[in-house]
Each structure stands twice: as C-alpha cells, then as structure tokens.
Design a protein around this ligand. Structure first.
Ligand code: NDP
Length: 329
C-alpha cells in the first residue's frame, strides 16, 4: 500500500474534493515504468488539477502532480533499469494521466529524462516544470541573439515559480534583471535572487495607450500575458525578443502589430509539455550548470501531500512565492 492525493468528483453536484488516500500498485495505470517517487512540486496547472480541473482533467478519480522525481522500481523498457534516478515533467502527466502526488507512479519511458548529473531529486523538483520552462525561455532568447551587457531583461510575475527561477538564472549569466511584481513585499527576495530593478505591477499592467514607448528591455520572460504582455511589446529595444510563457494575468493579447513592424520585436512561444527529448536533456543540463543551487534553495517551501489542497488554491490566487517542494513520503 502507498499514499496518494486523490481528487474525486461528486457526479450529482459536479464538485471535486482532494484528500490523501491509500492505494495499491494494481490501481496504477498500465505503463512501462514504475517509479518510487521522492518529490513533486506545485505549478499553476497543479492548482487547476487539484481543484475543479480547469478542463484539464477528463476522468475521476484522479491523481494530480504534473512533475515528479524519484527512482525506477520496475521497468520493461531497455532505456531504464531499477535504481535509475529519473525526472518527469509535461506530457499531460497529472492532467490526462495520473501524476506525481503519489508515493508510486506508473509512466511511459518516453516521458522520462535521467536525473541530470549534479542535481538531487529534491533540487529537480525545486526546479520542476516552472524552472524547466524558465530555462527553455532563456535558451530561446539566447537563440534569438540576447547577450549580457546590453541592458536589462524584464521578468514578469517575478516572485512566482517561473519568474523566480528565470531571475536567478539570468542574474547568474550576467544579465541585469528587472522583475515585475504585484507584491512589493517580495522586493528583497527578488534582489536576493539577483534582480537589480523592481517594477511595480500597476506601472505596466494597463492597456496599451501608445503602441511604442521608450525602448527599455533587451529581452523579456513573460509569465503573465494579457495587457501586461501587450504593454511590454511596445517597450522592447529594437530587434529584441519576448518569450511568452504564461497567462497568470490573462490569455488575451490586446496589442498592436506596430512593435513587430517598426522595431523588429519577436514574440517567442515557449511550450514545456511536448518539448522533444534532446532539448529536454539540453535544458536540464543548462539548469544544473547555470542555476546557482543556493539561490534555488532560497526559493523553496517544503510541503507534504496533505498540504496540497490549500497550496492548490494559493497558487491560483498568486499567493505562492518561489517554489514548493512536496515530499510525498
Ligand atoms: P506562479 O503562480 O508561481 O507565478 C505567477 C506569478 O504571476 C504570480 O506569482 C504573480 O507574481 C503574477 N501574477 C499572478 N496573477 C497576476 C495578475 N492577475 N496580473 C499580473 N501578474 C500576476 O505560477 P508559475 O510561475 O508556476 O506559472 C506562471 C505561468 O506560466 C502560469 O500561467 C502557468 O500556467 C504558465 N506556465 C506555462 C508553461 C509552459 O509550458 N508554457 C510551463 C509552466 C508554467 P508577482 O506576485 O510577482 O506579481
């Protein structure tokens, strides 16, 4: 027997409820690899899946948890053997498939990557999908010509998971980082991660009034979307790129095309879920090299399976600072 956080749905009221339950291995879905999970984490999407599902969960009972790290216990795939340390993010695990809020998980070999050298399973989950996505965004901006020494990079939703990791990586690579936050009390925290400038959310959250403003940013990692992303496009330096990662502030984009046409600004889409294997391995290697582990530790809030129902609603309300690491044992 083992423990898992299970979300059940009442068919009459349509309401969901999440609680820790005992399970046995026979209840796990069929797949090649059984993982003994050490840690999971809490991302924005997890908040949706712990709660009413946000359209992501199709079948109940459901075990959420879009990330996991642990040790292979049983494998029918040549790529992995018992004892191997592994990490899983994406592939709709924790949404369409049972996920990491469980002491055991059964998953496809294709979904795993070997735990990168230099990281523990706990550190990998302190990174999680949020940090992995932040790294993908940095890589995309670099691939489009961003280099240190040419001005500040803007990070929106800076005190959140993606934003915190992005800030720490960029600062460590030698970039000036300006963090946008709606929580002024996080300013010291953001500076400790390496931000040199704090931008108040309300300064940049308004609808576009002028399609072009002064050219401020050499790059942007945007976790917020909506009117903020629209404003940011008009503030980018000539030829600079914005990596669009999230929609914490809305899925709309009330922008004009003028920054693309007159300043050659690029809008780069970042997806972590279906990212091909080679790029996953490359991103995890970069994380192990470019994310200072003391900064990562400073972002971590430890939690257990029974804390998850509350943490799920906290993250949807923008109340989680940094990264939650869930010790499922
Ligand atoms: P968090 O909740 O940890 O961070 C989001 C941050 O955005 C908050 O901490 C807050 O930062 C800011 N924010 C929240 N609400 C608003 C608002 N209404 N207006 C402006 N800013 C707001 O979530 P994550 O970092 O885990 O994820 C961030 C986004 O990225 C989510 O939308 C998520 O779905 C998306 N995402 C996308 C991925 C992909 O593959 N593309 C992968 C991972 C995440 P502050 O308090 O500092 O203002």
């Amino acid at each position: 027997m083992f423990n898992a956080l299970v979300v059940n749905k009442d068919e009459d009221s349509g309401k969901t409820s999440a609680a820790v339950e005992q399970m046995n291995l026979d209840q796990l879905p069929e797949a090649e690899i059984t993982v003994s999970v050490d840690y999971s984490t809490v991302n924005y999407k997890d908040g949706l899946c712990i709660g009413p599902g946000g359209g992501l969960v199709r079948k109940y009972p459901h075990v959420p948890g879009i990330d996991l790290a642990g040790t292979v216990e049983d494998s029918s795939d040549d790529r992995y053997a018992p004892g191997d340390k592994v990490v899983l993010t994406g592939w709709r695990v924790g949404e369409a498939h049972w996920g990491g809020y469980s002491q055991k998980a059964r998953v496809k070999a294709d979904w795993l990557v070997p735990l990168p050298e230099g990281l523990t399973t706990r550190q990998a989950m302190a990174v999680g999908t949020a940090g992995f996505t932040a790294m993908l965004a940095v890589m995309a901006l670099e691939d489009h010509g961003m280099e240190p020494g040419h001005g500040p990079v803007l990070v929106t939703g800076a005190a959140g998971g993606v934003g915190s990791v992005a800030t720490a990586i960029l600062a460590n690579l030698g970039y000036e980082v300006a963090g946008v936050t709606g929580r002024p009390e996080t300013a010291e925290y953001l500076k400790s991660l390496g931000a040199t400038q704090i931008v108040a959310r309300e300064e940049i959250n308004e609808t576009v009034k002028r399609p072009l403003e002064s050219e401020n940013w050499v790059g942007c990692i945007d976790a917020v979307g909506g009117p903020m992303l629209a404003r940011v496009l008009g503030q980018m330096k000539y030829g600079a790129s914005v990596a669009s990662v999230g929609l914490a502030g809305g899925a709309g984009l009330p922008a004009t095309v003028i920054p693309f046409l007159l300043r050659g600004v690029n809008l780069l889409g970042i997806d972590s879920v279906m990212q091909p294997y080679a790029n996953r391995v490359r991103a995890w290697q970069r994380i192990a090299k470019d994310l200072p582990m003391d900064k990562l530790e400073a972002m971590v809030h430890p939690a257990t399976l029974s804390d998850l129902p509350k943490l799920g609603s906290d993250i949807l309300n923008g109340q989680v600072k940094g990264r939650v690491v869930v010790d499922v044992n």
